[in-house]
Design a protein around this ligand. Sequence first.
Ligand code: APR
Ligand code: ZN
Length: 365
Amino acid sequence: MPRSMKAAVHTGESDRLDIVSVELDDPKTGEVLIRMGASGVCGSDRHVVDSEWPMPTPTVLGHEGAGVVESVGAGVTTVSPGDHVILSWFAPCQKCRSCAEGKSWACTRTRSVECVMPDGTTRHTIEGKQVFPYLGLGTMAEYTVAPESAVVVIPSEVPFDVASLIGCSVTTGVGAVLNNARVTAGSSAVVIGCGGVGLSVIMGLALAGAHPIIAVDISTEKLDAAVRFGATHTVVAGDTMVAGIKEIVAEGVDYSFEAIGRVGSIEQLPLITRAGGTAVIVGLPPVGHRATIDPLSFAELGLTLIGSNYGGSVPLVDFPRIAELYLAGKLPLDDLISDRVGLDDVNEALDAMRRGERTRSVIVF
Ligand code: APR
Ligand code: ZN
């Protein structure tokens, strides 16, 4: 039975989300209906609301979510009603060469980025007009329908608010360290930007045994949080950032991470990375932004630059792995959540993010 549900919708005409009623169709073959338990408010949602990334509109926002399987369409074999699940915002086709190589984040046939199901349609409408779930998920709603390959079962002991964050920021940050950079114990590291993603990078670094771990942000509140997640040193962002880092590690660090999506900070990575070291781009800038590097010193220093998309994760592998690490007390994911809010408070949560406040707001249903 199609259902009416409350959802946060981006019309494309304003930076305010509208909380409106959206019709959701039943799951079709290979699709799953999920009752949402929680949805994080992520930096990528803000990119869309602030029109930095063009998306088909109207869009049900949200891509960092967890919930319970309500029903499944024909042919679904890996999840059942009642399962607790985390949603992946990159539904892999599981058939292309990248998927076969275990690089599902590089799937060439996913349609998630078009905000549609694998068959090119959506289950969401308002008064009969098509609505697009952001990244094929649209988690800022009471329910959603997602492709089976985007639905990953996790232990039911993991609370939904924590589980939702594993769906994006935590996997992106921890994965950048463990999957992309493959940081080894005793390596030195800098993380520029300590929002939900940057703090997850710091947690990953602590788990990998990196030392020192230097956190950089404009907000002292975020730097205090960074220390709680394992940063050993903090440096306030600004003109003295490079000098501040060099006071701690004279030659620069083995691994530098940018977790804002700000070109000015990305351009500073080669300046704080030691010869032979690795710089990792985790933050995603607005479409069309360009960064400048000095190729001569980049080559002379023998630097490696890594682009990290979704933490190089395979959701079916990484979501349960991170959930188990959380349950074992090795990732303090509860502390990442600064605010639990209702769907009606989503605009306030986005405003706080624009001001650089709150480590993570999570919408709970
Ligand atoms: N220098 C240092 N830190 C800064 C600066 C700056 N010039 N400007 C902003 N910041 C900090 C903010 O204070 C905040 O702590 O960057 C952090 C950004 O965090 P969030 O807004 O919470 O964003 P987050 O969800 O962590 O995402 C960061 O990663 O996946 C991408 O699309 C996502 O591009 C976004 C990025
Ligand atoms: Zn995200």
